[in-house]
Ligand binder design. Structure first.
Ligand code: PMV
Length: 289
C-alpha cells in the first residue's frame, strides 16, 4: 500500500492571457489530495476517468482510496492533483521507477484526454513540482518560492473554464483593438510582478490591476467582485479573480495578522474561505497508514 499527496494551485497572474502565449504565474497551495493505492491484482472500478487514466497509463491494476481537501470544479486544480497523486502512488506501490518529469508528463496527457484536448500543462506542472511556476509560451520555469499569506474565496458559483476561454476568444475576435491591448497590459503586470514576488504590498497592487484587466475581458461575476472588495476592505494588500472567472474563486494576498479577518469578510458574503500559503514540495509520499 502506498499513499501520496499532491497540492492544488492558484493563478497569481496572467490567466486567460496565457492562452495567447503571454506569461502567467501560478503557485501550488496547501490544500492537498491524498491518494492510497493498493496492489490488489484486480481492478476496482474507479468513479473517475482521471483514476482510470492513471492505471491505464501505468499498465497495472489495483484499488484506490482518495481523500481530497480541494473543492472540485473550483479552478484550484483538483483534477490535476488527483492525477499526480494517483500516478505517484501507483509508481511507488508497483515500483515502476518513473521520475517527477515522467509523472508530470503523464498527468498532463491524462488531463488532456479526459478534458478533450483543452487542458493546459499549468495545473499538472504546479501540482507535481510545487512552488511558483512561470508559464511562458511552451516553457515552464520555477521562480524562487516566497512565503505568502493567501486567502482563497470560493464564490460557490459554478463556472466552466472552456466556456470562459471561448467567451474571451469571441470578444477578442469582435474587438481586437480593445482586447489585444488588455492582454498586453496583463502581460505587463505579470512581467512586473515577477520582480516583486517578495514585496507583498507591491504585489497586491499588481493583483488589483490584474483583476481590473480580467473584468475588462468580461470574466467577472458580481459575487467575485463582492468577495474581492470585501477582502480589500478587510485589509488585504490586493485581491483578484483566480483562474477562469465567471464564478469559481478569487484570491487575496494579506498581511499575516489580517488573514483571518479577510477570511471572515469573505465568509460573511456567503462564500467559502480557505486560508492558505505556498506549497513548495509538490507530490509527496505520505506515511503508510
Ligand atoms: O479554471 P482554471 O483555474 O484552471 O484556470 C484556467 C486558466 C485559463 O488561463 C483561463 C485557461 C488555461 O488553460 O490556462
Amino acid at each position: 500500500m502506498a499513499t501520496w499527496s499532491a497540492p492544488g494551485k492558484v493563478f497569481l497572474f496572467g490567466e486567460h492571457a496565457v492562452v495567447y502565449g503571454k506569461p502567467g504565474i501560478a503557485m501550488a497551495i496547501k490544500p492537498r489530495v491524498f491518494v492510497t493505492v493498493r496492489n490488489t491484482r484486480r481492478a476496482q472500478r474507479a468513479k473517475s476517468p482521471y483514476i482510470d487514466g492513471c492505471f491505464e497509463a501505468m499498465g497495472v491494476v489495483g484499488s484506490v482510496y482518495i481523500n481530497s481537501q480541494i473543492p472540485s470544479s473550483s479552478g484550484l486544480g483538483s483534477s490535476a492533483a488527483v492525477t499526480v497523486a494517483t500516478l505517484s502512488a501507483i509508481n511507488d506501490e508497483f515500483a515502476l521507477h518513473k521520475n517527477r518529469e515522467d509523472i508530470a508528463d503523464m498527468a498532463f496527457e491524462i488531463e488532456k484526454t479526459v478534458q478533450k484536448g483543452r487542458a493546459s500543462p499549468t495545473d499538472t506542472t504546479v501540482s507535481t513540482y510545487g512552488g511558483i511556476i512561470l508559464i511562458s509560451g511552451g516553457s515552464r520555469r520555477r521562480l524562487p518560492p516566497q512565503n505568502m499569506h493567501l486567502v482563497v474565496g470560493d464564490s460557490l458559483v459554478s463556472h466552466n473554464t472552456s466556456k470562459m476561454v471561448e467567451q474571451v476568444s469571441e470578444l477578442k475576435k469582435n474587438h481586437p483593438a480593445i482586447v489585444d491591448p488588455v492582454l498586453d497590459a496583463i502581460e505587463g503586470v505579470s512581467m512586473s510582478a515577477i520582480h516583486h514576488l517578495s514585496n507583498p504590498k507591491e504585489l497586491g497592487n499588481y493583483m488589483n490591476m490584474n483583476h481590473a484587466l480580467l473584468e475588462a475581458l468580461g470574466v467577472g461575476h458580481p459575487q467575485l467582485s463582492k468577495l474581492v472588495l470585501a477582502a480589500r476592505s478587510a485589509g488585504a494588500f490586493g485581491a483578484k479573480i483566480t483562474g477562469a472567472g465567471g464564478g469559481g474563486c478569487m484570491v487575496a494576498l494579506c498581511p499575516k495578522p489580517l488573514k483571518h479577518r479577510v477570511a471572515g469578510a469573505i465568509e460573511a458574503c456567503e462564500a467559502r474561505a480557505i486560508v492558505t500559503g505556498i506549497d513548495t514540495e509538490g507530490a509527496r509520499k505520505e506515511k503508510n497508514v
